[in-house]
Design a protein around this ligand. Sequence first.
Ligand SMILES: *Cc1c(COP(=O)(O)O)cnc(C)c1O
Length: 403
Amino acid sequence: MSSSTPAATASGSYLPTRKHASFPFLDLRAQFESIREDILLAVTRVLESQQLILGPEVTAFENEIADLLACKFAVSCASGSDALLLALMVYGIGPGDEVITTPFTFFATAGCIARLGARPVFVDIHPLTYNLDPGGLEAAITPRTRAILPVHLFGLPAEMASILEIAQRRDLPVIEDAAQAIGATYRDRHVGTWGQVGCFSFFPSKNLGGAGDGGMLTTNDAQVADQLRLLRQHGSREKYRYEVLGVNSRLDALQASILRVKLKHLPEWTASRQRNADRYRSLLADHGLGDTIVVPRVSDGCLHVYNQFVVRMPHREELRFYLRQRGIPTEIYYPVPLHLQPAFRSLAYCEGDFPAAEQACSEVLALPIYPELTEAQQRLIVDTIAEFIRAADHPSRSFHAND
Ligand SMILES: *Cc1c(COP(=O)(O)O)cnc(C)c1O
């Protein structure tokens, strides 16, 4: 990659000698350095105990999550994907059944439905929140519908009031994919505690990320919690007696011990993400880019935790290339909607079925938002975006996508 330095502009408001920036899209190393001692102590404690699977460390972590989210039960498992799978298994979902969800999400949301032999039925998203649009929900319900699976995408709560109203009227369970949204609240109540079951992920890039895979299920229903505990351990409560067909999906004590250290910092990390999001909004506004770069909309009553800060604009690819050339990392969540993925070919959806999701896929761009991101880095990012837009508006003193 070239290390081209952007030319000073006519206004002279940029650093003319600006160096090629260099920072990652997500800086997990910075986070580790800030808690290194506590992590090493926790890991050592578990290794010395040699209680490696489930056990007191895992139970303590489950209790801490239940406290944080103010729900009755938290049941850990091996990943966020498994959390979704186990939740659907509790409701006996399988071949011939349909589960309604969004096509604009991580693959696992719909993958878990299909893995059980059921059919993911997609409903288009709202173009400003990127979450499932409840307006399309009712029409997607059929006699085969067994559950509704909304996602709190990027850390923004889905429209739970409308979703739950429809679900209750149709007597359908709601399983929340809160993998990206730990700590987010809707009307002052945590996401993952509105529906029958909440699913969380501790994949390293999530707001609460382990040193590997991990997941959690939340519920207020004692029977559901009991079934989840059974299913995550081969359907077995006592040794060598198997009540139902379960799976092996447990959280390691090592992961739990690391996650417990990080959990203490989650409120401050979330606040930093929110501060960074506010800063992006005001920096973009200062540059007069409010109309060109569409920032995430946070509906009334929603607290966004910004696992991602996703903006949208036409010419996304050119902007991304321009930023990359100047050492500024961005990502695309998500480039292809699920209904057009090869793995879901058999569902026989086509292009045009979900226009809002398809348009989002061609326009979204995620900017770095991690807690340790500095104000200087954010200024550089927004200045460079502004520079790109100005160059695009005035092709005479411009760049070309291939310069
Ligand atoms: C990360 C994620 C998952 C899956 O979590 P894993 O722990 O990686 O299995 C599911 N849904 C969404 C929306 C996610 O972002």
